[in-house]
Design a protein. Structure first.
Length: 101
């Protein structure tokens, strides 16, 4: 489920560990620790929060299997996933740069 304005996906079909691993790529440690406290439970439990398209795109860089699952969950991101996969480091660096500003 997405919000027309925010493109935040509520309770996506991914595990806590998968989402938190993606967040760890670009979030400062203090923010990541807060997220980990917010989403308690087993790493294998379904993630019960909201994630943005950017987090889904990061997840797609973590493995081919996750990229396929992201596309299956959100087919409208397929072109963006392929673009991100063409240069994942550039995409991740752009998120880190945006997070610093």
């Amino acid at each position: 489920m997405t919000s027309k304005n925010s493109r935040a996906h509520a309770a996506p079909p991914f595990k806590n560990e998968e989402v938190l691993r993606a967040l760890s790529v670009f979030l400062p440690e203090v923010v990541l620790e807060a997220a980990e406290r917010e989403f308690t439970g087993s790493p294998d439990d379904p993630f019960q929060g909201h994630i943005t398209d950017a987090v889904l795109l990061i997840m797609s860089t973590l493995s081919e299997e996750l990229a396929a699952r992201v596309i299956a969950y959100c087919p409208e991101l397929a072109v963006q996933v392929q673009h991100v996969l063409s240069d994942p480091e550039e995409f991740i660096q752009s998120l880190r740069d945006d997070n610093v500003e």
